[in-house]
Design a protein around this ligand. Structure first.
Ligand code: ISL
Ligand code: CA
Length: 556
């Protein structure tokens, strides 16, 4: 089968190196620290590691502001450490995918340092420099991290564009030299033997000619995105990148793409487009907010089902989905979509069941496999993330109180994902012998890897088993999805089928017992229970009463 691919069969584990494991006591996770934990990841059974950026960076946005693509961030180690990591991972059958951040660089990158020197510097056109308009910035676009998307530079009296932080100037992809530099750099890493790229905001790289003002200033969120999200030349660029670089290697690619619908996504991932393998879309991340991420509203199970099914159908047989419920930019999934108190373990397993039995490649974010939760931040000084801190300052100017801001941040800050990995119940959760760069979640004595490994019913072993099942049953990877109970607000259920194998997945997304009646034809033969998150006897009836957050997977 032409469409069988290793990256469809794989399970990816995302590492945020700064918060994973500190090997030298400076309070910051590092590459030697990751090497020390490879055996742990092998025990879990993952196939691929996606590393958040490890390149040289002044860390305005924790490595998403790169000052040298060919070097390693000082805090994380050296290129020798990286080579050793790659080699040690490969020895264990684990591939490594790197973050590729090429919508912008750091303002300390040599291209930008040159570019700002004078209007006729050869690097000037590597970025977007424009004169101001009516005594202000060139247009009204706002930045993802609050405030205008333009920064004035005294030296030449012009502004530069930064969709993210002031220290993250946007690269000008219209310039063929920029593209060639990036392709060269990508080849350099691929020739080292890395196994693919996760491409940061890759659908923002093409800006509409003329960078027009956005007439719609009152949309409550970002102003201007319609002029660069999925912009006019983005597919031309990605096809060029694919032709010149990606197609020459056996690798996987996943684009991070805010503002995509399934219809737009097809243009990036359909097989005959020759662009990317998969995308991270945000439709399910937007379920519980309106306008902006800070505007929180309750989410509905039927919305989640509709979104997932819609994406499945859209890409079925033509492309491939990626599956995630949290990452380094999002709150912890068990706190957001489950219950991180009395049903923490059950709901962590339930969410895992969904991620690992739906069609697509599952991405596990570090700590998810032990059911790590959001953290209680007591005051603004405990936050580190630039998005959080900029937004806080902006809201303070508007007169908001610390109390109301903290309440929102305690649900939404990116720092929930960035508290250190909880390894054991010793000081700092065993993450560091020094002072951690960000606070450790106080629940580490209860929730940690050591404890998980000692308990055969832990979230960890449930993940391990799900991963094993994926290797044993091709239906989990390739099976078609048939939805059951589509309009139910508590039960998420479906079957999967591939060749002569069939699965039934039933999950109760609620704190009440819920009844599930299996369609007649399903239980004509005695089904085999493959995995469940409660002790149950296998005397299965057509009517199942599911306990709070119960999930079961049957082979039928
Ligand atoms: O983090 C977000 C919401 O809290 C998103 O809006 C995020 O900024 C957007 O998805 C882009 O994210 C990526 O690029 C950013 C970086 O800060 C994020 O960590 C990265 O995942 C800029 O490089
Ligand atoms: Ca360190």
């Amino acid at each position: 089968d032409l469409h069988k691919k290793w990256w469809k069969e794989a399970v990816v584990y995302q590492i945020y190196p700064r918060s994973f494991y500190d090997s030298n006591g400076d309070g910051i996770g590092d590459l030697p620290g990751i090497i020390e934990k490879l055996d742990y990841l092998q025990e879990l059974g993952v196939d691929v590691i996606w590393l958040n950026p490890i390149y040289k960076s002044p860390n305005a946005d924790n490595g998403y502001d790169i000052s040298d693509y060919y070097d390693i961030m000082d805090e994380f180690g050296t290129m020798e450490d990286f080579d050793r990591l790659l080699n040690e991972a490969h020895k264990r059958g684990i591939k490594i995918v790197m973050d590729l951040v090429v919508n912008h660089t750091s303002d300390e990158h040599k291209w930008f340092l040159e570019s700002r020197k004078s209007k006729d510097n050869p690097y000037r056109d590597f970025y977007f420099w424009r004169p101001g308009k009516n005594g202000g910035p060139p247009n009204n676009w706002t930045s993802f991290f609050s405030g205008p998307a333009w920064e004035y530079d005294e030296l030449t009296g012009e502004y530069y564009l930064h969709l993210f932080a002031v220290k993250q100037p946007d690269l000008n992809w219209n310039n063929p030299q920029v593209r060639q530099e990036i392709y060269k750099m990508m080849k350099w890493w691929l020739d080292k033997g890395i196994d693919g790229f996760r491409m940061d905001v890759i659908n923002l790289i093409s800006k509409v000619e003329g960078l027009p003002d956005d007439p719609d200033e009152n949309q409550g969120g970002l102003i201007g995105f319609k002029y660069y999200a999925n912009g006019p030349r983005v597919h031309e660029y990605l096809q060029e990148m694919n032709r010149e670089v990606l197609s020459k290697y056996d690798i996987m690619t996943v684009g991070e793409t805010p503002f995509v619908t399934p219809e737009i996504a097809k243009l990036y991932v359909e097989y005959d487009r020759n662009e990317l393998n998969m995308l991270f879309h945000f439709e399910h991340m937007d379920m519980d907010c309106s306008g902006s991420k800070w505007n929180i509203k309750p989410w509905k199970l039927t919305d989640l089902k509709k979104i997932m099914y819609k994406w499945y159908l859209a890409l079925k047989d033509k492309g491939w989905n990626s599956l995630y419920l949290n990452n380094h930019d999002q709150p912890r999934m068990v706190s957001r979509f489950g219950n991180d108190k009395e049903y923490r373990v059950e709901s962590a397993k339930l969410l895992a069941t969904l991620l690992h039995t739906w069609q697509g490649t599952p991405y596990i974010y570090q700590g998810e496999e032990i059911g790590m939760t959001n953290c209680k931040f007591e005051s603004i000084d405990e936050f580190r993330d630039i998005e959080t801190l900029n937004w806080y300052k902006e809201m303070k100017k508007l007169g908001k109180s610390d109390e109301e801001l903290l309440e929102i941040l305690n649900k939404r800050s990116r720092d929930h994902a960035r508290t250190p990995m909880q390894w054991d119940d010793s000081e700092n959760a065993g993450f560091t012998k020094g002072t951690p760069w960000i606070k450790v979640n106080p629940n580490y004595k209860e929730i940690n890897v050591k404890k998980a490994l000692e308990d055969k019913n832990s979230v960890f072993y449930y993940y391990k088993k799900l991963i094993e099942l994926r290797k044993k049953h091709p239906v989990i990877v390739y099976g078609d999805v048939q939805m059951l109970y589509e309009d139910d607000e508590k039960i998420f259920a479906y079957t999967r089928s591939y060749e002569d194998e069939r699965l039934l997945v039933v999950m109760n997304f609620s704190e009440e017992e819920s009844e599930f009646l299996a369609p007649n034809e399903i239980f004509t033969q005695k089904p085999e229970l493959l995995i469940s998150n409660y002790e149950i006897d296998d005397n299965i009836q057509e009517k199942i009463v599911l306990k709070p957050y119960e999930s079961r997977v049957y082979k039928i």
